[in-house]
Design a protein around this ligand. Structure first.
Ligand code: SF4
Ligand code: SF4
Length: 151
């Protein structure tokens, strides 16, 4: 009998605690400052150095560049792709990028799809992967910097 009452006591205690369940997708979790979410790419910043491609442990980044129209010694990015079928969100590509052209955002739920091929994201998708996108329609809008970090 004592154990039964003790069990009820534990259950009743939970009624007093703050609820942590949220009504996803109407409400969305604001991720921690250093969360490693889905990438965003800034084509204007990319110098086509290939460092992100070389360091990627799963070989999921592909890119091509072309000569700068005004300065043939420089290159500008032409195509940039990440195949998220194999990306392990390890952050190495963003760490090694000398110009912050590739960064990780606070997004985590925009890769759902019915086909694997949809996980292949090109330069346009990666450039438009705005960090606020998840929060535009509903829920709180976290105040974030350009790189997705909370201010
Ligand atoms: S996060 Fe890691 S696995 Fe994903 S693209 Fe960057 S280096 Fe490759
Ligand atoms: S994204 Fe960064 S590391 Fe990758 S090629 Fe461009 S400048 Fe170099």
């Amino acid at each position: 009998m004592f154990r039964l009452l003790k069990g009820f006591g534990v259950t009743l205690n939970y009624f007093r605690k703050k609820k942590i369940t949220i009504q996803y997708p109407d409400e969305k979790v604001v991720m921690p400052e250093r969360f490693r979410g889905i990438h965003r790419f800034f084509p204007d910043k990319c110098i086509v150095c290939n460092m992100c491609v070389n360091i990627c442990p799963t070989d999921v980044i592909t890119l091509t560049g072309k000569k700068h129209p005004e300065n043939p010694k420089k290159k500008i990015i032409d195509t940039y792709n990440i195949d998220f079928q194999g990306c392990i969100l390890c952050d190495l590509c963003t760490e090694v990028c000398p110009t912050d052209a590739i960064v990780m955002t606070a997004r985590y739920d925009n890769l759902s799809s019915y086909t694997r091929s949809e996980h292949f994201k090109d330069i346009e998708w990666l450039s438009n992967n705005h960090v606020y996108g998840n929060y535009e329609e509903s829920g709180p809008v976290p105040e974030m910097g350009e790189r997705g970090e909370r201010k």
